[in-house]
Design a protein around this ligand. Structure first.
Ligand code: HEC
Ligand code: HEC
Length: 281
């Protein structure tokens, strides 16, 4: 109970009322467009010591929010994905090329998102790196802003090609040191409130903090459309927001620290379906 207490003290310090209730993940099944069955609950990967079962964040949302992800016609993220699909074949940059000059279509990238981030040439690479890398190196185009809608629309378009596939990110071999770094960040207590990611998403998932039903903080649905912000949110933007809530200085989007954290958090979702683009409150 000590850990729960730590959270209540922290939340009181934030000047918020806390309701510690024990409403776990609900029992709903996620089937998209009446045909695509998603894994929203499965046994935790072997590397997780304190959790037996992992759940998609979808299972902690209200019926209203859940409904927006059940049919693509209702999913507000799809507008941004459509814009990205147009951009895929739009010429940009000094070389007169578009993505479609070299790639038949985004379908080519089926499975890629389920295995990202990964190490390429000794560097831990996330999807935003691949996209901006291609824009710079082969197109001569300006990099896209990390959390901008053009970038996150493209990340979501590529992610959509893996929707339904289980997350399966490698954590051994060359990935191991990055994974260790990410794990360390996950368990570090930040800020005046001395809260780690684990304080909320491991020790207290299922509980209420403010009006929010705390999930396990999985990223299998990212980029995610947040109703509150009415746009697609990047993984790093979400990390930043969560750390800021502990009143700590935070790392920058696209920093090596957040790349490592992304790998670690993704590995906590190994076995859940890729849900990109998900819808959250
Ligand atoms: C001039 C040709 C060319 C253009 C233009 C191009 N790519 Fe690529 N792309 C490649 C080649 C070749 C590969 C495979 C080798 C590699 O990874 O560098 C690749 C690989 C990729 C991969 C990784 C695939 C994997 O399975 O690892 C992604 C993602 C990607 N491209 C996205 C894009 C996007 C998005 C655009 C437009 C913004 C784009 N590319 C523009 C040639 C191109
Ligand atoms: C003070 C508690 C708190 C801390 C500490 C915290 N978060 Fe969160 N986080 C939340 C709340 C509240 C939400 C919104 C409800 C939810 O989805 O769990 C959230 C949401 C998320 C989501 C979105 C989940 C989804 O399904 O869309 C991710 C990812 C996430 N957090 C990751 C992290 C990471 C990584 C850290 C550590 C750097 C962290 N959080 C630290 C409270 C916290």
């Amino acid at each position: 109970m000590k850990k729960v207490l730590t959270l209540s003290v922290a939340v009181t310090a934030l000047g918020l009322s806390t309701v510690i209730g024990f409403a776990d993940a609900d029992d709903d099944n996620l089937v998209i467009n009446d045909e695509l069955e998603m894994i929203t609950e499965t046994a935790a990967p072997a590397h997780m010591e304190w959790i037996d079962t992992i759940y998609s964040g979808w299972r902690f949302r209200t019926d209203e929010t859940q409904a927006l992800q059940i049919d693509d016609f209702d999913n507000p993220a799809m507008l941004t994905v459509d814009v990205a699909l147009d951009a895929f074949s739009k010429v940009d940059g000094s070389e007169g090329k578009s993505c479609a000059s070299c790639h038949a279509g985004p379908e080519e990238f089926a499975g890629l998102t389920a295995s990202m981030p990964k190490v390429i040439d000794g560097k831990l690479v996330v999807m935003e790196d691949l996209i901006n890398g291609h824009r710079a190196e082969v197109m001569g185009a300006e990099p896209l802003k990390w959390s901008g809608q053009e970038m996150q629309g493209m990340v979501a378009l590529i992610g959509l090609q893996s929707r339904g596939m289980p997350v399966d990110v490698a954590i051994d071999g060359e990935a191991a040191p990055f994974w260790e770094q990410g794990k360390e960040i996950y368990y570090t207590r930040y800020g005046q409130l001395e809260l780690s990611c684990a304080s909320c998403h491991e020790d207290n998932y299922g509980n209420m903090i403010r009006a929010d039903h705390l999930s396990q903080g999985q990223i299998n649905g990212f980029p995610t459309y947040r109703l509150k912000q009415a746009r697609l949110i990047s993984k790093h933007n979400r990390f930043r927001g969560c750390i800021r809530d502990t009143r700590a200085e935070t790392f920058a989007e696209g920093s090596d620290e957040f790349r490592a954290l992304e790998l670690y958090v993704q590995s906590r979702g190994n076995g859940l379906s890729v849900e990109t683009p998900a819808v959250r409150q």
